[in-house]
Design a protein around this ligand. Structure first.
Ligand code: 5GP
Length: 206
């Protein structure tokens, strides 16, 4: 039996577009994907849990992870660090399972450099007004933070070029279905399938 490496999927997009919501809805379904839990220095929000939503770490701890090259990517976002622990991603892909990252755009660009074979999905807001409403209505942030998030969002929208797919987040359910369809399509790609078959044939020939 030949073991193929898993596929790395990266869901990214502008601030407030609903990446977290889509990701949670996706993982509530029966999915084979493995979610890579991120590390952050931000405060835990109400209802969040260590090791489920994030690994919450101090700035010092986070910076020592950076120094030891233990993060696949990291970014500073609205005054806090966010990053993807490297070991989990590499080991899971190696074991043949697909890994799913939900990260902001700076981090996604870093992943693109290190994992160009990854599948990059850009979640797009239906409109900027809608985006603004969602950020303001979340109600968990101060006015200053909201303003910063909006500024960041506008810049991020211009970064669509680096991505393989664009999914408009008009309805969570539809967005989730599209992401699932992308995952399925990637597994059916001729290049991937042909490579697998060739390996099997070669193995049979001895
Ligand atoms: P929040 O503070 O709302 O949970 O997340 C803020 C932003 O950080 C979101 O856009 C989220 O996708 C992003 N994010 C979460 N984890 C990571 C990570 O590991 N790396 C990067 N670069 N961004 C992340």
């Amino acid at each position: 039996m030949i073991k193929e490496k898993g596929i790395l999927f990266i869901l990214s997009g502008p601030s407030g577009v609903g990446k977290g919501t889509v990701r949670k809805a996706l993982f509530e379904k029966d999915t084979e994907l493995k979610y890579s839990i991120s590390m952050t220095t931000r405060q835990m929000r109400q209802g969040e849990q260590e090791g489920i939503d994030y690994f919450y770490r101090s700035k010092d701890e986070f910076e020592s992870m950076i120094e030891n090259n233990q993060l696949l990517e990291f970014a500073q976002y609205v005054g806090n660090y966010y990053g993807t622990p490297r070991d989990y991603v590499e080991e899971t892909l190696e074991s043949g399972k697909d890994v799913f990252l939900e990260i902001e755009v700076q981090g996604a660009l870093q992943v693109k450099k290190n994992f160009p074979e990854g599948v990059f999905i850009f979640l797009f807001p239906p409109s900027l007004d809608e985006l603004k409403n969602r950020i303001v209505n979340r109600g968990t942030e101060t006015e200053e933070l909201v303003k910063n998030r909006l500024l960041a969002a506008r810049e991020e929208i211009e970064m669509m070029d680096a991505y393989d797919y664009v999914v408009v987040n008009d309805k969570i359910e539809t967005a989730v279905k599209k992401v699932q369809a992308i995952v399925q399509s990637e597994h059916c790609k001729r290049q991937r399938v042909a490579k697998q078959y060739k390996k099997i044939l070669e193995a049979d020939l001895g």
